[in-house]
Write a protein that binds this ligand. Structure first.
Ligand SMILES: [Zn+2]
Length: 144
């Protein structure tokens, strides 16, 4: 006896609406090692921000070290600077470039020639550092 197998006919399903919201990364508590790592990173960053702030005579209002995934650093028009704690692990010249870059934004909130002139004054090799950073960043990591 042949069993006639009919392909099951289903109504074409409407494509499921794609979830637009990006899933938040699971909030996993930091291990002790990670906590220690970030604590150390924060100290390193603040120390060098203080150094360059004195050298450049530019004082940020507030400096925050954050776990931001998409940026190495950023500056706000209110005079606040944010740094990704991961910059502490970059080669020192690159780390300093990020810090100098953000401090320079407190004078020039743009990437004009005047801005780059400030950066170049304290970081003559900035072009090579920029290139290095671009090559070593994940696509979403930017320098603000
Ligand atoms: Zn910038």
């Amino acid at each position: 006896m042949w069993k006639l197998i009919l392909g099951s006919v289903t109504k074409p399903r409407r494509a499921k609406r794609r979830v637009v919201r990006r899933r938040r990364r699971a909030q996993r508590p930091l291990s002790l090692v990670e906590q220690e790592q970030r604590y150390q990173a924060r100290g390193v960053i603040l120390e060098h921000v203080e150094h360059w702030s004195a050298v450049m005579e530019i004082t940020p209002k507030r400096v925050a070290v954050r776990n931001q995934r998409s940026r190495w650093g950023s500056a706000s028009s209110l005079g606040n600077l944010n740094f990704n704690w991961r910059i502490a692990g970059l080669p020192p010249g690159i780390r300093d470039y990020v810090i100098i870059h953000e401090l320079a934004h407190l004078r020039q909130m743009n990437h004009s020639p005047a801005f780059w002139a400030i950066v170049a004054g304290y970081c003559p090799g900035y072009k090579a550092h920029r290139k290095w950073l671009r090559e070593h960043s994940r696509s979403e990591q930017r320098l603000g």
